[in-house]
Design a protein around this ligand. Structure first.
Ligand SMILES: Cc1cc2nc3c(=O)[nH]c(=O)nc-3n(C[C@H](O)[C@H](O)[C@H](O)COP(=O)(O)OP(=O)(O)OC[C@H]3O[C@@H](n4cnc5c(N)ncnc54)[C@H](O)[C@@H]3O)c2cc1C
Length: 443
């Protein structure tokens, strides 16, 4: 097997050989929800999938950039550790979560995945590989990579912070009938000793907090990786115990709740699919096939109704979370909604392409479905309403899905000036696309 350094050199050469062409990564899986150009030249990075070292004393995990969180967590768990923030879908890679934006129920304590990074090797568009840290001469790139989506370079190796785990997680589900009370309780929980905090809005008046605590012992453990469905358990029981691994992947089996669109919540279909296929990777494959053949699109056209896919994650400062939720329930109406608090600690540094206020608790709202209405609307109508509301309320939207921002507004929100300076320094020949070209729908 080639060493990391040898593979790095091969990849750099492959990039140079494709100079002048539009590039995109070739990986086994992807969690991107916008269609990508089929003309792009593929850069095969699949071999950058090794966990390199884990130090149980310092809790530093060194890994290559295309390692999936499933592999990363499994390796770390064997040492009694986990990455400080583990996104909920098994196939998300560490490079994708840092270059894009990730989040999980430990983010109220440790921030978003990019805030847990200590060092990175980055392949630039020039073919050069540089190492950046929060303190070296490439610190501008270190902080600029979060939310850069491969427009400044590709992350090949990282050192990240790990945290110690116990074998089980005790989960408590707390019901609230009022949204202000719900967000007050989220805030309270984030100041307590819980290890994990997230929640679900099922309907107006049906708000649930999901609180997790590590524990050494469990009277029983539940299994949501086959016939039982995690999100349904939240309403049905007030307490639960999961092994730490099952807790990390509690949302993956049913892609939160989106498996219902593929009828995978039917017990017979679950048995036919089997435990191994009940996961986000299977659903992604079906979704991409559907996107290629246009099945849902055609059925939508036949129904003569407006149908708009609204798959987004947005972060709103806590004080404006009730206002966002009320707007969302009134104007968009998708449910359930996933809720996850995240705190950006300014002492770790500032990430100009995904700016968040220092020491402010943000609430992430995740919603993944389609809106159907009788009146027809221009394409992107509901997504654009959400973008405007998020900006009005001082929030910020992740860019893994479709976006409709006008260019000037986009650059004002996502660090335009810094992006230009970083491009001038690290990709002067513009070998890689810019963030607007990559993330926003061409009008
Ligand atoms: C339905 C849905 C639900 C989601 N839920 C969650 C969630 O619960 N928690 C969460 O944390 N996140 C979630 N995400 C967001 C997800 O973390 C990001 O989309 C992330 O970028 C996906 O990583 P990936 O490894 O699949 O990357 P890909 O989909 O392969 O790539 C995404 C983008 O990142 C760039 N990229 C990938 N690898 C690298 C690298 N090594 N260096 C630089 N750039 C790179 C690519 O160029 C591309 O532009 C969700 C996304 C979707 C679509």
């Amino acid at each position: 097997m080639m060493s990391y350094e040898q593979r790095q050199q091969h990849l750099a050469q492959a990039l140079r050989n494709n100079a002048g062409r539009d590039i995109r990564l070739s990986k086994q899986t992807s969690n991107l929800f916008r269609n990508r150009s089929t003309q792009d030249q593929l850069l095969d990075v699949r071999e950058f999938n090794h966990v390199l070292a884990i130090d149980p004393d310092t809790r530093v995990i060194e890994t290559e950039g295309m390692v999936t969180y499933e592999a990363l967590a499994d390796t770390a768990l064997a040492y009694g550790l986990m990455p400080a923030v583990v996104p909920q879908l098994k196939s998300i890679t560490i490079g994708g979560a840092v270059g894009g934006i990730g989040i999980e129920s430990s983010s109220f304590r440790y921030g978003l995945p990019h805030e847990t990074v200590l060092e990175m090797d980055v392949l630039l568009g020039t073919g050069e590989v540089i190492c950046c840290t929060p303190n070296n001469e490439h610190r501008d790139l270190f902080f600029g990579l979060a939310n850069s989506y491969g427009t400044l370079g590709y992350i090949l190796r990282l050192k990240i912070q790990g945290i110690p785990v116990k074998p089980y997680v005790r989960v408590t589900h707390v019901h609230c009938a009022d949204s202000q009370e719900f967000f007050d309780r989220v805030n309270e929980a984030c100041q307590g000793s819980f290890d994990f905090v997230d929640g679900v809005v099922f309907a107006p008046g049906e708000y649930y907090l999901v609180l997790g605590e590590f524990t050494d012992d469990a009277p029983y453990t539940s299994d949501y990786s086959y016939l039982q469905i995690f999100y349904r358990s939240i309403r049905a029981r007030s307490e639960d115990y999961l092994s730490v691994r099952d807790y990390l992947w509690r949302w993956d089996t049913d892609w939160f709740w989106c498996s219902k669109n593929l009828y995978a919540q039917n017990r017979l279909i679950r048995r036919l699919l089997g435990r191994k296929r009940l996961n986000s990777i299977t659903y992604q494959k079906v979704m991409r096939w559907n996107s290629r053949v246009g099945l849902t699109r055609r059925l939508g056209t036949l129904s003569r109704r407006h149908r708009e896919v609204v798959i987004q994650d947005v972060d709103i400062p806590l004080e404006n979370a009730p206002a966002f939720l009320s707007f969302f329930q009134r104007e968009i109406g998708i449910r359930p909604i996933w809720i996850c608090p995240a705190r950006h600690d300014g002492r770790r540094g500032h990430y100009p392409l995904f700016p968040m206020r220092d020491d402010t608790l943000y609430i992430n709202f995740g919603f993944w479905d389609a809106v159907r209405t009788d009146p027809m609307h221009p394409q992107g109508h509901f997504n654009r309403m959400i973008e405007e509301k998020v900006t009005d309320l001082g929030g910020i939207k992740s860019l893994y899905s479709e976006s409709f921002y006008p260019e000037k507004e986009f650059w004002e929100l996502y660090g335009g000036n810094t992006c230009r300076l970083l491009k001038d320094r690290y990709d002067p020949g513009h070998a890689l696309k810019d963030l607007y070209q990559k993330c926003v729908r061409r009008q």
